[in-house]
Ligand binder design. Sequence first.
Ligand SMILES: Cc1cc2nc3c(=O)[nH]c(=O)nc-3n(C[C@H](O)[C@H](O)[C@H](O)COP(=O)(O)O)c2cc1C
Length: 212
Amino acid sequence: MKKQETNKNKNSIKSSRVTWKPGNMLYPVPAVMVSCQREGEPPNIITVAWAGTICSSPAMLSISIRPERHSYDIIKETREFAVNLVTKDLVRAADYCGVKSGRDVDKFTQMKLTPCSLEHIKAPGIEECPVNLACRVVEIKPLGSHDLFLAEVVGVTVDSRYMDEKGKFRLNEAGLISYSHGEYFELGKKLGSFGYSVKKAEKKPSGRRKNK
Ligand SMILES: Cc1cc2nc3c(=O)[nH]c(=O)nc-3n(C[C@H](O)[C@H](O)[C@H](O)COP(=O)(O)O)c2cc1C
């Protein structure tokens, strides 16, 4: 009897699992600042969490944008934008750019961000971000609430501040953030590197064996 009552709820419970109606729960995701500009107008920034890498060669990514956003028309018309990676120092700006519209405020000015020119596209990147990806739209796919913009990455600019003395780009030391279930997080502790699960254990330097 008790079980029947529980099943009246929208969420059906089986053992310890709770089943919800379909929704977005693919987390964590990057939250990026996408910059764009229409000729003769100030540049704008929209924060996007529905973004992802979709192809290695050619390098392609996607962003999903609601048609009601100010940036939607700009990107649809110009067919270009820049994806700018967000660090912990920029997370407040990213949040601001995700709640204020370029119709009402100049987000670059308000957040004291600097537009920087990028090769290959007219839209500026954001100077303060460690990575700017210049993107050219190749396809726009209406999906429902959002339109999916498929884009080719036509240029990559990185901040040389994060290069070590050997020329290796230390991106994971830049304090990148992710977005999960409505909250922002700084990238945490390193747990491994690509392929580490199948790598042979490193040989211990020879010497005396320690008794357990
Ligand atoms: C963390 C975060 C993620 C967001 N992700 C998206 C997204 O993926 N697509 C979208 O259309 N809007 C997204 N938004 C909302 C827009 O950034 C927001 O509506 C913004 O004010 C639009 O600016 P604009 O009108 O100047 O284009 C997000 C907002 C936040 C705070």
